[in-house]
Design a protein around this ligand. Structure first.
Ligand code: ARG
Ligand code: ZN
Length: 871
């Protein structure tokens, strides 16, 4: 057990900052052993503070204080502890000069200033700035920054910080300096600096008002041919934000830097976005289509933060979803506009239902606006990001696009340059639209996924169809009872020929029902026959829907629902029903109707190929687990596998034809059309190898050998890895590594395809990967692609009934906690879901958590996750 219990921080305890800092002047002296940080702060008492504080208390962690002067006079009686610096009886307004010494070279947490393959870089969100210098490190303290960086000219020719360069020059001893000034006041979490030997890739963008913005990407020289896609994505995002939200970029320079060691995906520092290399670097030879898509959306996400996050920021970290939920919603809209909206929605909902619903159903469940935390780093969650985005989407649905735009315009205008709350956001939407979102606010306050129980009745004599809908929401930690949510339910009714039926006097065939009570019933009149309901179209609310569709109705919806999302979802529901009834022993064979549905998909060439690829994929094992109490992972995996092989065996010829039809000899293009064809061809290929088809094997070997791009090459590799063809698999894996060993992003793919494969012998293989020369305990991407992917995706082996997978994960978490607590706490996620599994699995997961909790040196991060999941 930890020596001292870390304290929780509560939203209800929020107080305005007692002091404000208007200006920050920083000077970094970068050296190989240590870095000296000179900081001059212009401080004044906050006239709006609640109560007059005599002492100034600054945040600071792992800093060596060298000198401290207030208005030029040394401060003798400052009190320093492990988290703060206190100066008593300060005047109303003063300059504070602080010199601290830090050791970026030894910073393995990757928070604050650290070194990553020879370059210096920073990550300050949420609370990393306090590891650089003493500061009021909270987002409601906004200052203008001037940053001077001094370093060796040869080793670090490129020196970057936020804003615009205002000065540079040579210094003695082969050193140089560059000074940057950011004219926009910002919270400390948006501070960034970089120093390294980097190449610069330039582009430009002309804004709507005719200003030319310099776009610059900085990467290590070996990556200079991997910048094009990110720069193209950036320009698209800039254009889109002007068109859809009326938001222009505001500085003369926009910079993106790629860093190999990074805890998260990317960071929106003002004017200087820093990215995990895997979320920004791409070339057709090294990156798959999936990576191209991910990069496009993350580049856009970070860019969109310039308005939703930077210009208008969060008052405190409980409001994190103010910027993250809104920005994820914006990047989802953007991706939908760049490709197929239906496919984008399917992919997003699939992830939400699999992972966010599980989080919302577990011991770490928390509202979109959490009420308390021990370590804020643990709250960069799917709930804050993805459910937060769904909440904004529901506002968009309730208000309609025009009113929503009026609301967002008002929001940006009113709160520009300020730090505000999710409530301010909702209130602005209310004001612009005249709608009452009072009850809607419960989406921010109550955790848990609501369930809609739907039943219906048709009165044939009167021609009246009645839909009865009841909502409920399970208890979550510290929230035993829930009040009803305000839920927009988009729906329609179809007649037996598949025609949409008019729902009102005007003839609308689609409606958004607004559920606000625990029970509602809706009557639809003048119907000649019992209609088939199409409910929750486009997934209009993040809820679970419980309605007893028959398999025939689902088959009917797969081909007739005018809503593309619901067509896909009907197929998923059908497959789930088939798998579940086999699991429960009610069915012994795979329902022919499922096979017929797939046959139609494969032979109808008029269908959107990206859609077909999505529809071909059975619901994932993780989602099936999420739908089951006392989940027996082995049984679920085996049953799913059986359904998959039965379908594939029945459709062998069709799969071969689909693979053939979707080849192209044209050079790589990242277009929706080509991406769809490649994804369909690869899906077909992997089904063929999965069933041990010889022709499929030959195709995979050939595709692997001749692939002109990484999507085809990796598709073939993955098909071989997940197949009984061990010889071909091992050969391909070996060749792939030989070819790409010098490219970290490709090696990460290589790790992931093995650690995530149920075919590769599980734990033994994963342990070998940990010993592999390319594995690096200091690199989060390697840790995630080997250990994280094993626990999250290789479910049969992670949940080995002897508990070996759990113990393995426990060991790795414990080892990593000392060097990188954020990563260690993240890896513990799969264990927190222990209550969902069959009793035997449950007990051994729990005992691993208990062993971790017994550790005396546990970080705050890991302590919070482990202790809360055992409560
Ligand atoms: N704001 C960044 C983003 O949206 C994520 C930064 C997360 N940082 C952290 N320490 N958890 O994409
Ligand atoms: Zn973000």
């Amino acid at each position: 057990m930890r020596a001292s219990q870390p304290q929780s921080i509560y939203l209800k305890d929020y107080r305005k900052p007692p002091f404000l800092i208007d200006h920050v002047d920083l000077r970094f002296e970068l050296f190989e052993e240590q870095t000296r940080v000179h900081s001059r702060l212009q401080v004044r008492r906050n006239p709006e503070a609640d109560g007059a504080e005599r002492d100034l208390v600054l945040h600071g962690e792992d800093l060596e204080l060298e000198t401290l002067t207030l208005d030029g006079r040394p401060v003798e009686d400052a009190v320093v502890d492990s988290e703060s610096l206190r100066i008593s009886n300060v005047p109303d307004q003063f300059n504070l000069d602080v010199v601290t010494c830090i050791r970026p070279q030894e910073n393995t947490r990757l928070e604050g200033l650290y070194k990553s393959s020879g370059m210096f870089c920073t990550q300050c969100e949420a609370e990393g700035f306090r590891r650089i210098t003493y500061f009021l490190d909270r987002p409601d303290v906004m200052a203008c920054y001037r940053t001077r960086i001094e370093a060796d000219s040869e080793q670090y020719p490129v020196l970057l910080a936020n804003g615009n360069p205002v000065d540079h020059g040579e210094m003695e001893g082969g050193r140089h300096q560059v000074t940057w000034e950011d004219p926009f006041p910002k919270p400390s979490y948006l501070f960034a600096m970089v120093a390294g030997d980097l190449v610069e890739k330039r582009d430009e963008f002309t804004t709507g008002s005719g200003r030319v913005v310099d776009l610059r990407m900085y990467v290590e020289p070996r990556n200079s041919d991997k910048c094009e896609h990110a720069l193209a994505s950036l320009k698209k995002a800039m254009q889109w934000d002007e068109e859809v939200y009326g938001r222009e970029y505001d500085l003369d320079i926009f910079m993106i830097v790629a860093v190999d060691d990074f805890n998260m995906g990317a960071m929106e520092n003002k004017g200087l976005n820093i990215f995990n290399s895997s979320c920004v670097l791409a070339s057709p030879e090294t990156a798959t289509d999936a990576a191209y898509e991910r990069i496009e959306s993350i580049v856009a996400h970070e860019y969109f933060h310039n308005w939703s996050g930077n210009r208008v920021t969060c008052r405190d970290w409980f409001q994190l979803s103010l910027k993250e939920g809104f920005t994820v919603f914006r990047d989802n809209q953007f991706s939908a506009d760049m490709g197929s909206p239906t496919v984008q929605r399917i992919d997003h909902v699939n992830m939400l239902r699999t992972a966010q619903f599980a989080e919302d159903d577990g011991p770490m469940a928390h509202p979109v606006r959490p009420e308390s935390y021990i370590e804020i780093g643990n709250f960069y969650t799917l709930t804050v990001y993805e459910k937060g985005a769904e909440v904004v989407r529901m506002i968009h649905t309730l208000l309609g696009p025009d009113m929503f735009r009026e609301g967002s315009d008002l929001y940006f205008a009113r709160f520009d340059g300020r730090a505000v709350t999710t409530d301010d956001f909702v209130a602005t939407m209310e004001e612009a639209s005249g709608r009452d979102l009072g009850q809607f606010r419960r989406w921010y306050e109550q955790a848990g996924t609501p369930v809609l129980h739907v039943s219906d009745h048709f009165d044939a004599e009167k021609g009246v169809y009645t839909l009865s809908i009841e909502q409920s929401c399970p208890a979550t930690p510290r929230q035993p009872h829930k009040a009803p949510f305000h839920i927009p339910l988009r729906m329609g009714l179809l007649d037996s020929t598949g025609e949409p039926l008019p729902l009102d006097d005007i003839g609308n065939t689609e409606q958004v029902l607004e559920l606000t009570e625990s029970r509602h019933s809706y009557r639809f009149k003048d119907l000649k026959e019992r209609p088939v309901p199409s409910l929750l179209r486009n997934f209009s609310a993040p809820v679970k829907l419980d309605y007893a569709w028959s398999r025939d109705q689902l088959m009917f919806l797969v081909s007739h629902d005018p809503d593309g999302f619901n067509r896909w979802d009907a197929g998923q529901k059908l497959a789930i029903d088939v798998i579940q009834s086999m699991l429960e022993g009610n069915d012994t064979e795979v329902d022919e109707r499922l096979i017929e549905a797939y046959r139609n998909l494969l032979t109808d060439t008029s269908l959107d190929r990206a859609m077909v690829a999505r529809m071909l994929a059975l619901p994932g094992t993780a989602y099936l687990i999420e739908l089951t109490r006392d989940a027996d992972v082995q049984a679920i995996h085996e049953t799913r596998q059986r359904v998959q092989t039965t379908v594939a065996n029945a459709l062998r010829e069709e799969l071969l034809a689909v693979h053939m039809r979707n080849q192209s000899s044209e050079p790589y293009a990242f277009s929706a059309e080509r991406v769809a064809a490649r994804s369909l061809a690869n899906s077909a290929l992997s089904l063929l190898t999965l069933i041990g088809d010889e022709a499929g094997k030959d195709l995979a070997v050939e595709q692997f050998r001749d692939a002109p791009n990484m999507t085809n090459r990796f598709g073939a590799l993955s098909a071989l890895v997940n197949s009984p063809f061990e010889k071909e698999r091992d050969r391909a894996l070996e060749q792939f590594y030989v070819d790409w060993q010098d490219d970290p992003q490709v090696v990460e793919q290589w790790f992931a395809v093995q650690s995530g494969s149920p075919w590769m012998g599980g734990l033994k293989r994963v342990r070998e990967l940990l010993e592999h020369p390319a594995f690096d305990w200091k690199n989060p991407n390697k840790i995630r692609t080997v250990i994280g992917v094993f626990a999250a995706r290789n479910l049969v082996h992670f949940h080995e009934p002897d508990g070996s997978g759990y113990r393995f994960l426990g060991e790795q978490i414990q080892r990593l906690d000392a060097s990188n607590p954020q990563i260690a706490a993240g890896l513990a996620q799969p264990l927190t879901r222990w209550r969902r599994y069959a009793p035997r699995l449950r007990e051994s997961m729990k005992s691993v958590l208990e062993e971790l909790l017994a550790e005396p040196q546990l970080s705050k991060d890991l302590f919070e996750v482990v202790s809360k999941s055992l409560q």
